[in-house]
Ligand binder design. Structure first.
Ligand code: HEC
Length: 331
């Protein structure tokens, strides 16, 4: 090979390597995106495996909570969905502050459980069964909303172990115990504020109100209203009222969120039909509902009641079984 040919070959190689580099640089960002996406899916899949093994009993086979007979709330909810910059909805990504808020809320709730409820402590640091990284995987699953993975992995898991899916969700609440130790739990009021979050709302509008703004309110209890005291875990009341328009002034003397239902029933106060960890409101005659009564708060309501037997209950999952009922008579 003479010198000029050698030079030509070298120029040729140089040219080729330029093309190769160019192609590599053009390809690199999409390769990175693909790698990130793959990692996100891996995390969600690990989270799904952990969810199947530990959480389905109370939060339902696909995380839908009460809808699937679970005593725990739905975690399969848009309120916990975080949108990344290439989200399938074509929406702007969730603002960083909001991402941190939701991730912290989920991480801490799972780590510490929730005191005075059936939600157990999970962090090994506090005597639970999961490592920090495992809790991160579950949070990744929930915020990505990959419930398809939970359904698939759950199905495989049950098939392999010969488990009947219908028996996964706990029905006998007496088998559960209430979380008593406190390692910095969120109050139910903060939880319900965060749960009303809408990830699809216009930016700025999506930030859930801080729980501190949930100052005790009194929705004008009717004059002559019957005072009712509720708390962990009791309902105390004036036991009777004359027929007609009956007002209730319900004070939550406890620390966590409760509600009140006035149910017309001839059944014993502790014998109302239960489904999914709570009194089945479709199977009883509910005359009045007062929702979201935070600790320390008094809320009022009134209903036209005819003579007969009634039961006053809190119908947050598990609370009725823990003793939040009292009978009430209208003459
Ligand atoms: C023994 C039943 C039970 C098990 C098992 C359980 N939970 Fe819960 N969980 C609950 C209950 C009940 C609540 C609601 C507590 C309350 O009333 O505020 C809850 C609340 C939560 C919340 C807060 C939701 C909200 O909207 O406030 C998260 C997050 C959560 N659980 C995650 C998990 C994860 C993850 C697992 C599995 C590692 C799990 N839970 C296992 C019963 C359970």
């Amino acid at each position: 090979m003479n010198t000029s040919k050698q030079v030509n070959v070298m120029i040729g190689f140089l040219f080729l390597s330029f093309i190769a580099f160019g192609a590599y640089y053009a390809w690199e960002p999409s390769r990175e995106a693909a790698a990130t996406e793959e990692q996100m899916t891996t995390f969600a899949a690990r989270g799904a495996t952990l969810f199947v093994a530990n959480c389905r009993t109370c939060h339902g086979l696909e995380g839908k909570g009460p809808e699937e007979g679970g005593v725990g709330p739905a975690l399969n909810t848009p309120a916990f969905l975080l949108l990344d910059k290439d989200n399938a909805f074509g929406l702007p990504p969730t603002p960083v502050g909001e991402v941190t808020q939701i991730e912290t809320f989920l991480t801490n709730t799972i780590a510490c459980g929730r005191v005075n409820t059936f939600m157990p402590v999970w962090s090994q640091e506090h005597g639970g069964a999961l490592q920090t990284i495992q809790i991160e995987y579950i949070v990744s699953l929930i915020t990505q909303g990959r419930w398809d993975l939970v359904a698939r992995i759950g199905h495989e898991h049950d098939e392999e172990l010969g488990i009947n899916a219908e028996e996964v969700v706990v029905k006998d609440l007496s088998a559960l115990s209430v979380t008593t130790n406190n390692c910095g739990q969120y109050s139910s009021a903060t939880a319900s504020a965060l749960r009303s979050r809408d990830p699809f709302a216009a930016p700025g509008a999506a930030t859930p109100p801080p729980a501190t703004t949930a100052a005790p309110t009194t929705s004008a209890p009717v004059e002559g209203a019957i005072p009712i005291q509720i708390g962990e875990f009791f309902v105390r009341n004036g036991t009777s009222a004359p027929a007609g328009e009956v007002g209730f002034a319900v004070t939550n003397e406890g620390a966590i969120l409760h509600n009140l239902r006035v149910v017309r029933s001839d059944l014993a106060a502790d014998a109302l039909p239960v489904a999914g960890g709570q009194v089945d409101e479709n199977a009883v005659d509910v005359k009045l509902r007062i929702d979201d009564i935070a600790g320390g708060e008094t809320k009022g309501g009134q209903a036209d009641l005819e003579g007969g037997s009634y039961v006053l209950i809190c119908n947050i999952p598990g609370h009725y079984q823990l003793g939040m009922y009292a009978s009430f008579t209208v003459q």
